[in-house]
Design a protein around this ligand. Structure first.
Ligand code: ATP
Length: 228
């Protein structure tokens, strides 16, 4: 299948995107990005370079002023702080919010169990969310994204608030979900943690509202680690 922007189908294509906030500040200028195939892809860049704005545009929360975004599948955003997106008191009730309400009750409950299992939280449907650790909450937020049948996960510094063990667990979870055996899921992951770049398919640097070319994560980490 061809993408709406012409080339072969790919999980995400962004072409010459422009966006300005109501105060006139141009957050994105001629911003282009193409994810060629499923996997884990990372974006780095200094504070204010436009990374979160780009993710919100891709998710459809903001309207671009110019340019185009082509996403053949569904998107889901995962925020830095899972408390900003987990709404209901128990794990199961929160996940039910994300599941197609047209499905029969039993199918919805089965789906809850399935997605909990896929993020390592099997059997926790009735657990109160406030009793989860930070890492478990972040995995639940990822489960909600999966429950919504999203195939493009947009992760905005998902490990920034986690301790090193939980950070590794969340990264490993996303790696498994985006591995080819994981069913064609794509993740676009924003990070300031250069060590995470070692684990991606490709990394790009965002600067002043513009995304650079894909490079190996190791090459980007090495360059950004070097003193100016
Ligand atoms: N709601 C808003 N209203 C006006 N300007 C905003 C708003 N949100 C962000 N901006 C501005 O847009 C620019 C890009 O912000 P954005 O949050 O996308 O950057 P970022 O690369 O994600 O930064 P960080 O690494 O600090 O999260 C910044 O100059 C920021 O101040």
């Amino acid at each position: 299948m061809d993408s709406p922007l012409g080339g072969a189908a790919c999980p995400l294509q962004v072409e010459r995107l422009g966006f300005a906030w109501p105060n006139g500040h141009a957050a994105l200028r001629h911003c282009s990005l193409r994810i060629p195939h499923p996997g884990l892809w990372m974006l780095v860049g200094s504070n204010g370079s436009g990374k979160s704005t780009l993710l919100r545009l891709i998710a459809g929360l903001l309207e671009p002023r110019t340019g185009r975004i082509a996403v053949p599948g569904r998107t889901a955003l995962v925020f830095q702080n899972p408390d900003h997106q987990l709404l209901l008191p128990s794990c199961g009730s929160d996940l039910l919010l994300a599941i197609d309400p047209g499905l029969e009750r039993q199918a919805r409950e089965r789906r809850v169990e399935q997605v909990l299992e896929s993020v390592g939280l099997a059997g926790l449907a009735s657990r109160p969310i406030h009793s989860l650790s930070g890492g478990q909450k972040q995995r639940l937020a990822i489960a909600a994204a999966l429950a919504s049948e999203a195939d493009l996960l947009l992760l905005d510094e998902p490990t920034a608030l986690l301790d090193p063990d939980s950070q590794r667990e969340v990264l490993e979870l996303i790696r498994q979900l985006t591995a080819s055996a994981g069913g064609g899921i794509t993740a676009l992951w924003i990070t300031h943690r250069l060590e995470e770049l070692q684990h991606c398919e490709g990394a790009a640097v965002m600067e002043d509202g513009h995304v650079g070319p894909w490079e190996s994560g190791a090459a980007v980490a090495q360059r950004l680690n070097r003193p100016a």
